[in-house]
Design a protein around this ligand. Sequence first.
Ligand code: AMP
Ligand code: FE
Ligand code: FE
Ligand code: ZN
Length: 282
Amino acid sequence: MLVRIDLHTHSTVSDGTDAPGEVVARAAEAGLDVVALTDHDSTAGWTEASAAALERGIVLVPGMEISCRAGGVSVHLLSYLHDPTDAALLAELELTRDSRLHRARRMVELLARDLRITWADVEAQTEPGTTVGRPHVADALVALGHVPDRSAAFDSYLATGSRYYVPHHAPDAVAAVRLVRAAGGVPVMAHPAASVRGAVVGDETIRRMTDAGLAGLEVHHRDHTRSQTEHLLDLAHSLGLLVTGSSDYHGAGKPSLLGEHTTAPEVLERIADQGRWPVVGR
Ligand code: AMP
Ligand code: FE
Ligand code: FE
Ligand code: ZN
C-alpha cells in the first residue's frame, strides 16, 4: 500500500492562510494519509487540527517550526511530538513571539515613513494569537495595493537586506535542539540548504546540531536544487540522520502544494518512536 506523508504545513496560527482544521481537511482531500501541522513558534493549532484529523480519518503528527539563529544565520528547526506544556520550551517561544510582534510593529513604522500603511492594516491580516511574521506585513502591503503578492513584497520591502527589515529574537539552533529533546520532541532541521531564502549554515553547524541531538534533515523540499538535495542526502547518511520530505504548505500564501514532497513510512515510524507526544488518529 502506498502511504503518503507530508511533515511540514502552516495554518493561520502562523503564516498559512487556511485554519488548522482546513489544512487537515485539504490534506485528506489531496490524498495524504499523514500530515504534520508545523506552525512557526506555536502549537495553538494542535487541538483544532487533531479534531479535524479524527473527523477526516487522516493521521496528524503535531509539530512546530522554531525560528532559530546560528552565527547570525536564520535556521528553522521542526519539532515533532514534543510536550506542548514544557515550561522551558514555552518560555523560549514566548520570547520569540513577543519579539516578533515588536519587530513587525517597528517594520511598519519604518515602512510608514515612505508608504501608506498602519499597524491596523497588519492586524486586519492576522487572527488573534497568530505568530506574527513578515508574511502578514506582506498581506497588508498587498491589500493596500503596494505590491501584487507576498513574493513581490519579499523581493522588495521585506527582503532581509531591505532598509525596512528588522530582526527578531531567536534561540541559538544548537540550544533549540536541546530544548526540543528535553521537551520530548524530535528535532528535524527544516530546508537546511534553502539559499533562495538567504544565507544558510554550513555543514559544521549541522554537525554541532547533530551532536546536540538532531534527529533528521528535511532534504526533499522545493527550495533545494538537485545538487543541494544530493549533498544533503550524503550528509544525512554520514551523520546517521533521518531524511524527510515535505511541502511547507502555506495555503494561498505560497505556491507549494500539499504532498509535493513526502516522507517514507519507516522514517515516520522512527519519529513516532522517539516522540513523547502521541500521533493522532492511529
Ligand atoms: P519571518 O519569519 O517573519 O522573518 O518571515 C519569514 C517567513 O516568510 C518564512 O517562514 C516563509 O514562510 C515566508 N516567506 C519567505 N519568503 C517568502 C516569499 N517569497 N513568499 C511568501 N512567503 C515567504
Ligand atoms: Fe512560513
Ligand atoms: Fe521554514
Ligand atoms: Zn515552514
